[in-house]
Design a protein around this ligand. Structure first.
Ligand SMILES: [Zn+2]
Length: 322
């Protein structure tokens, strides 16, 4: 579907709670750039092929693949598509560093995650399940070496114009948005979504203070002049500043709730997550881990601000209101 002149949104299926991921094709003279790729599943691959067929667009005309971040729904098919199209694969260098441990040496990462869960108060019986919660994601993605590494603020030529790379750490350390100033269009990846606030989590592979990184990234995006936001999940939307205000407000509320929960003494991240996310212990292990990570990201930001006291020993990390 053409969402703006020469910009096509392709909705690809996912077997998750979030049903679809959007990838975007941008006409660039005789060629196309592709932003994100969808999962490495047969269903996603076939849908992408069919949509390219419907556009009478042979895959070889895609000469560049831009990746917002390496989560499987964005990066899964990158290696395969790059090989088929002989396209240039472009990604932030901080994402590349995450790829090997996450998808190729996941056993080592699971070991780190187990230690981290225990430090954050997760009982051994639960930790046993939660530590491997994202192992299944590995089959949806392969490790590939990119052609071009980004750091942020690069200008990429496109269609007699330029696409600006906006580094937006938070949801992932090397997350990038792509901004087309001449068109006032922002490809926001998972950084800015119309309906949900993206998961911001503190965990062994995240930045050290991901929520504050994320809020600073929102500020960076707020300053851009944007008429149309094209997100990785959900429909295009217009008022990016209104959406940013709502998300900032949501995080402020979460932080205030955590300070309240930590008033009666020191709590582990796991205890706080159980109280902040009602009913979370009945959800699947993946949801439980996201809840813990999200809780810890807010706690860390509060500790940096001086509103929570973070106490660490060899065995346990705890938080209490300052
Ligand atoms: Zn993501």
């Amino acid at each position: 579907m053409e969402v703006a002149a020469g910009i096509f949104r392709l909705e690809l299926p996912m077997p998750f709670e979030l049903r679809h991921v959007n990838v975007y094709l941008l006409r660039d003279g005789d060629h196309f750039s592709l932003i994100d790729t969808g999962l490495q599943t047969q269903e996603s691959r076939e849908t992408l092929n069919r949509k390219l067929d419907e556009m009478s667009l042979p895959v070889e005309r895609i000469n560049r693949i831009l990746i917002t971040h390496i989560h499987p729904d964005h990066f899964g098919l990158a290696g395969e598509l790059r090989d088929r199209a002989r396209a240039e694969l472009v990604i932030h260098r901080l994402e590349v560093a995450l790829m090997e441990p996450r998808y190729a040496r996941a056993e080592d990462l699971v070991h780190d995650v187990a230690a981290w869960l225990s430090k954050n108060g997760v009982p051994a019986a639960e930790a046993e399940f939660i530590k491997s919660a994202s192992m299944a994601a590995r089959e949806f993605v392969s490790v590939v070496e990119p052609d071009t590494l980004l750091e942020g603020a690069e200008r990429l030529s496109i269609d007699d114009s330029e696409l600006a790379v906006v580094w937006t750490p938070g949801h992932s350390p090397g997350h990038c948005c792509f901004y087309w100033p001449a068109r006032r269009v922002l490809f926001s990846g998972d950084h800015l979504l119309p309906k949900i606030s993206p998961n911001i989590g503190l965990h062994p592979q995240s930045g050290a203070d991901p929520l504050d990184d994320y809020l600073a990234s929102l500020d960076r995006v707020r300053r851009l002049d944007v008429d149309l936001v094209l997100p990785a999940h959900g429909d295009p939307f217009r008022d990016h500043r209104e959406r940013i205000d709502a998300i900032v407000h949501h995080h402020d509320e979460r932080k205030a709730a955590l300070v309240d929960l930590a008033r009666d003494g020191a709590r582990s991240g796991w205890q706080l997550a159980g109280e902040l996310f009602h009913g979370i212990r009945d959800r699947n292990v993946f949801q439980q881990r996201l809840a813990l990570q999200e809780t810890l990201a807010h706690c860390q930001s509060l500790a940096v601000e001086g509103r929570l006291r973070k106490q660490v020993s060899r065995e346990l990390v705890t938080w209490r209101a300052a």
